[in-house]
Design a protein around this ligand. Structure first.
Ligand code: ADP
Length: 485
C-alpha cells in the first residue's frame, strides 16, 4: 500500500460525516416518531414493525408464588427463579445462572438451540433450595424472554420474524406453518435462517422441554425490553419506556390502544398495550459513512437493522476497526506495514474501545497495550490520540442517536396524551451491557435528550439504569398470566 491520504484527513472527514448537530438529531427524533406512527397504522408498510406484545397490564405488586424466567437474547442465556411475596414482601428470593451460548448453536438448528436451553433449565430447576416454595401438583411457570423480532398473537405465543445480532439458526424439517406468508414479506431474512421463520418459539421451547422430560409451562413470551419495562415498573410506577442497549438494541413503551389502528377492534381493559418498536430497524436520516456501508454489506443481514448497526454494542468496535484499518492502509497509521490482525473483522470489540476511552494516563499506555494485544500494532502517542478521537467520534454518534430515538418515542407518547407526558415525571428504564459499562456513551445519550427537550421538559424525564430487570419482569408477567390465577 502506498501512503496517499493522511490519517488526520480521514479523521476530519469521519468527524464531519458522523456529526450530530441538534437539527440532525431533531430530524432523527421526528422521523422515529413518524415511523412509529406508520408502523402502528399497518404492518408491512414503510414504518417500524411496532410489534403488539399483548401485554396490557404491568405488574401490580400483588404477584405471589414461585416463577421462573429464561432469557435468550444475545451472547448469554440466563435462567432465573424468583419467589414473589405480594405487596408487602415483594421479591422474597431470587437466584440465577448465566450460560454463554456456544457459537455453533448460533448457526445450528432450532432443535439444537432449544434442546440446549431446555437442558440448562432442567439442571437449574433441579436445584431449588428451601427459600423457594412450590405448590405441588402444578406446573412451574416460565416467563420466556426471547429478544428477537417476534410476531405475537397472544401473550404466550409468537413466531420469529427474523434473527438479528449475529444469530442465524435454521429450521428443522418442519415446514412453515401457523403464519401467513404476508407476515414475512417485509423482512427478507438471510436464506440460512428462513426455514425456522414462522415457527412458534414457545412451541419450540415446549417441545424441547418435553424431550428433556421437564414439566414446565411458558406463560408469557416477552422480549427483553418488555421484561425490563415490567421489572422496572414494579419498583417505580412512572416507568413507561424501556430501552435495551447491549449487543443489539430495541425499545418498547406503553401505547394507548386507540392509537394502534392496526389492532382495530381489539380491546383491553386497561386501554393500553406495550408496543415493541423494533427500532433497530430504523434507518431514516442517519449520518452514515463508507465504514458503516461496508460493515453492513459484510454482515449476515445487509440492509437491515441500520440503527442497531450504528448505535449498539455489537458494532461500535467494528466500525472503529474499519476506520483504523483504512487509516493504516492508505495513511500509514501504525507504520509502513499493515497488521494482519487489524484486518480481521470484529477483532476490536466495543469493550476494547471503551477501555481505551478510560485511559487517563498522559502517554496513553493502556491504549498502547490494548492496540498491541488486540490488533497487533505498535503505536506512538500521536497515533494513539488519533485512535482515541476515532473511538470518541463513533461513540458520540451512537449515544447521541440513541438519545434522539428516546426523544422520538416520548414525542409519540405526547401526541395522544395532551401534555401529560412532558408535564409529568416519566422514567425511561435503560439496560444492557453497552449502557451499563460505557460512561461516555451514557453521557452522550443523556446530552442529546437534554439538548432536544430543553431543560424544563428534560427535568421531568428520568433516564434510569435498570440492572437485570428483564428477568424479574418476565417472571412477573408469567405470574400475572398464570394459568392458576
Ligand atoms: P446481550 O445484549 O448480549 O444480551 P448485554 O446486555 O450484557 O447482553 O450486552 C452485552 C454487550 O454489551 C456486549 O456485546 C458489548 O457490546 C457491550 N459491553 C459489554 N461490556 C462492555 C464494556 N465494558 N464496555 C462497553 N461495552 C460493553
Amino acid at each position: 500500500h502506498s501512503v496517499s491520504v493522511d490519517p488526520i484527513t480521514i479523521l476530519t472527514k469521519l468527524k464531519d460525516e458522523c456529526a450530530t448537530p441538534t437539527p440532525l438529531l431533531q430530524q432523527v427524533a421526528d422521523a422515529m416518531c413518524a415511523q412509529m406512527r406508520a408502523g402502528l397504522a399497518a404492518d408491512g408498510g414503510s414504518g417500524l414493525p411496532m410489534i403488539p406484545t399483548y401485554v396490557h397490564d404491568l405488574p401490580t405488586g400483588n404477584e405471589k408464588g414461585l416463577f421462573y424466567a429464561l432469557d435468550l437474547g444475545g451472547t448469554n442465556f440466563r435462567v432465573l427463579r424468583v419467589q414473589l411475596g405480594g405487596k408487602d414482601e415483594r421479591v422474597v428470593a431470587t437466584e440465577f445462572e448465566q450460560v454463554s451460548i456456544p457459537q455453533n448453536l448460533m448457526f445450528g438448528t432450532s432443535e439444537e438451540l432449544f434442546d440446549f436451553i431446555a437442558l440448562r433449565l432442567a439442571n437449574f430447576a433441579a436445584k431449588e433450595d428451601g427459600r423457594f416454595h412450590f405448590s405441588p401438583g402444578r406446573k412451574r411457570e416460565i416467563g420466556f424472554t426471547f429478544s428477537f423480532p417476534v410476531k405475537q398473537t397472544s401473550i404466550d405465543s409468537g413466531i420469529l420474524i427474523k434473527w438479528t445480532k449475529g444469530f442465524a439458526v435454521s429450521g428443522t424439517v418442519s415446514p412453515i406453518k401457523d403464519c401467513k406468508s404476508s407476515d414475512l414479506t417485509r423482512w427478507e431474512p438471510p436464506a440460512l435462517s428462513r426455514p425456522f421463520l414462522g415457527k412458534d418459539v414457545v412451541a419450540c421451547l415446549n417441545e424441547a422441554m418435553i424431550r428433556q422430560g421437564l414439566h414446565m409451562r411458558v406463560s408469557a413470551l416477552v422480549n427483553d425490553t418488555v421484561g425490563t419495562l415490567a421489572g422496572a415498573e414494579y419498583y417505580d410506577n412512572d416507568v413507561m419506556v424501556a430501552v435495551i442497549l447491549g449487543t443489539g438494541t430495541n425499545a418498547c413503551y406503553v401505547e394507548q390502544i386507540n392509537a394502534i389502528p392496526k389492532l382495530q377492534g381489539y380491546a383491553s381493559s386497561s386501554g393500553k398495550m406495550i408496543i415493541s418498536t423494533e427500532w433497530g430497524a430504523f434507518s431514516n436520516g442517519l449520518p452514515l459513512t463508507e465504514f458503516d456501508r461496508e460493515m453492513d454489506a459484510a454482515s449476515i443481514n445487509p440492509g437491515e437493522q441500520i440503527f442497531e448497526k450504528t448505535i449498539s454494542g455489537m458494532y461500535l468496535g467494528e466500525i472503529v476497526r474499519r476506520v483504523l484499518l483504512k487509516m493504516a492502509e492508505v495513511g500509514g497509521l501504525f507504520g509502513k506495514s499493515v497488521s494482519q490482525k487489524l484486518a480481521i473483522p470484529f477483532i476490536l470489540r466495543t469493550p476494547d474501545i471503551c477501555a481505551m476511552q478510560q485511559d487517563n494516563s498522559g502517554d496513553l499506555q493502556a491504549i498502547r497495550s490494548l492496540l498491541y494485544d488486540k490488533a497487533g500494532v505498535e503505536s506512538n502517542l500521536s497515533e494513539r490520540k488519533t485512535v482515541l478521537e476515532v473511538c470518541d467520534t463513533i461513540v458520540k454518534r451512537g449515544g447521541n442517536l440513541a438519545g434522539a430515538g428516546v426523544v422520538g418515542i416520548l414525542q409519540k407518547m405526547e401526541e395522544k396524551s395532551e401534555g401529560l407526558i412532558f408535564g409529568n415525571r416519566i422514567v425511561v428504564a435503560i439496560d444492557g451491557g453497552l449502557y451499563e459499562n460505557y460512561p461516555q456513551y451514557r453521557a452522550y445519550l443523556k446530552d442529546s435528550v437534554k439538548e432536544l427537550l430543553g431543560t424544563e421538559k428534560s427535568n421531568n424525564v428520568v433516564i434510569d439504569h435498570t440492572k437485570d430487570g428483564s428477568g424479574i419482569g418476565a417472571a412477573l408477567l408469567a405470574a400475572s398470566n398464570s394459568m392458576y390465577k
